[in-house]
Design a protein around this ligand. Sequence first.
Ligand SMILES: [Zn+2]
Length: 243
Amino acid sequence: MKEKELSLCAQRVQAAQRIAVLTGAGISTESGIPDFRSPSGLWRKPEVQSAITRETFFIQPQNFYKYFTELFLEWQEVFPNAGHLALSNLERMGKTVRIATQNIDGLHQAAGSSQVIELHGHLRTATCPKCKAKESMETVKTSLKQSELPKCSCGAILKPDVVLFGDPLDLDDWNTAQEWMRQADLLLCVGTSLTVTPANSLILRRHSDSTLVIINKEPTMYDHMADFVFHGMAGTVLPKLWG
Ligand SMILES: [Zn+2]
């Protein structure tokens, strides 16, 4: 990593007041969460891809929950890493920091960030598709451990509050995330390959005068548009940009 680039970028961060952040799986791999979209990730298995969908949930819930459990409910306890903590520190430095994340792990909030939109949902609760009642994910896990499908008191099967393939994004969240991008002086894209639509299109909503910084292990198709590109891990790069 070029020291000069880092110091120029650090100056832009210092000067920025409103900072928007778009994060993806790459910021959480350092917390031990597998990037299931990576080449060796579970997501590459066709049977997994076809199971974690809205359609499978409604038509073959047993099959859906088999893979959903394997992918998301068997993580060990996870903690925020240096990347998440650096972003919450930025807020403590007096900046307005608004994070739109594609992650469902809740680690930005765990690190202390206060303005977070979870574009792809989260693992805290499940909702009844019929009567809209909410239950905790712990309740869902308890049923699954007893080899039963998690059910609402009305009898319908509970659906995790994660955005599945085939589910629409929450429109209010999406509009707010776009607004955050438009209002930012500086946009940080961290740990995202910027390949997942529509989340990656948020980058195009930014103000043309804003500074775009991309931090990702691998190159992305938006690198050419960025003012600064650092190919590295969030937990290593972010703390170098602000103390
Ligand atoms: Zn219900």
